[in-house]
Design a protein around this ligand. Structure first.
Ligand SMILES: [Zn+2]
Length: 275
């Protein structure tokens, strides 16, 4: 029933949209029809088949422009409903693409596209759009002066962001590896958010971290604690992101370093005793 309601709604909305754009937007003259072509619109309740009208170029338009126009293409340029893209991108960020496709097919009356390849392609499309929307990289994200920061409202609470790096072997070239930096940002009173990037490959690492904090309500007078292993890359990522930042070497890495030192001492003692 939901599929029927969805199909009917989409058909009516598409017809209204095309009807309103039948006339030339420049002079208002009715454009001649040049038939239509079939178009499939993928929604959460299955595929809706539409006829996309094609209209001749109006006489008022330059002859070197496109000969025909399809108004429906402006409305549904991606052929996939945004709510379906949202679910596909969200689920495939949590489980493998094939599992996300299986979940979609299990809970929704989806006729086509519930497979690993399509879900992956849609998720990558969403990722590319999100990447394009990300602002420019900056060496420093601190704006204004201390007097301005003091005038801001009292912030909600401290944000603790833990970041760590690790080396991952290249799947194709087994001899080389790359550094992956992952992090978790936890505000006192809001849900945590995660961050991941490849060091040296990502063009906007600091912007990415700043946007995560901003989405959690970061303001310039807010206390932020960065927990890292003290490594150069991770430390430089957290510098000049916000004025009230505190940089702490986390206990896990302190313990790791002490363990390595005590092991070295034990080996030295053992060698001396057996000389
Ligand atoms: Zn015209």
């Amino acid at each position: 029933m939901l599929a029927a309601v969805q199909a009917r709604t989409v058909l009516v909305q598409a017809a209204t949209w095309s009807q309103r754009r039948r006339c030339c937007p420049a002079c208002g003259e009715r454009r001649r029809s040049k038939g239509s072509y079939p178009l499939v619109f993928r929604t959460l309740y299955g595929d809706v088949e539409l006829d996309s009208p094609r209209l001749h170029r109006c006489l008022c338009q330059a002859a070197d422009g496109p000969a025909t126009a399809s108004p429906l293409r402006d409305l549904i340029c991606s052929h996939v409903a945004p709510e379906r893209l949202y679910l596909e991108a969200r689920w495939s960020s949590l489980v493998p693409y094939a599992a996300a496709a299986g979940l979609l097919a299990d809970v929704l009356p989806i006729a086509s596209g519930a497979n690993r390849t399509t879900v992956r392609e849609h998720a990558l499309r969403v990722a590319e759009r999100a990447e394009a929307e990300l602002g420019d990289e900056r060496p420093c994200f601190i704006d204004g002066c201390p007097a301005e920061w003091e005038a801001l409202p009292i912030p909600e609470g401290r944000i603790v962001a833990a970041l760590d790096g690790g080396y991952v072997r290249n799947w194709d070239d087994r001899k080389s590896n790359f550094e992956l930096i992952v992090g978790r940002s936890v505000p006192e009173d809001r849900a945590p958010r995660y961050l991941g990037l490849v060091h040296g490959y990502d063009q906007k690492p600091k912007r990415r971290l700043f946007e995560v904090l901003k989405s959690q309500g970061l303001q310039a007078n807010q206390d932020v604690t960065f927990l890292t292993d003290g490594g150069e890359e991770v430390r430089s990522l957290t510098e000049l992101v916000t004025p009230e930042a505190e940089h702490v070497l986390d206990w896990f890495h302190i313990t790791m370093r002490l363990t390595v030192l005590s092991l070295a001492l034990a080996i030295r003692r053992h060698c001396r005793a057996h000389r």
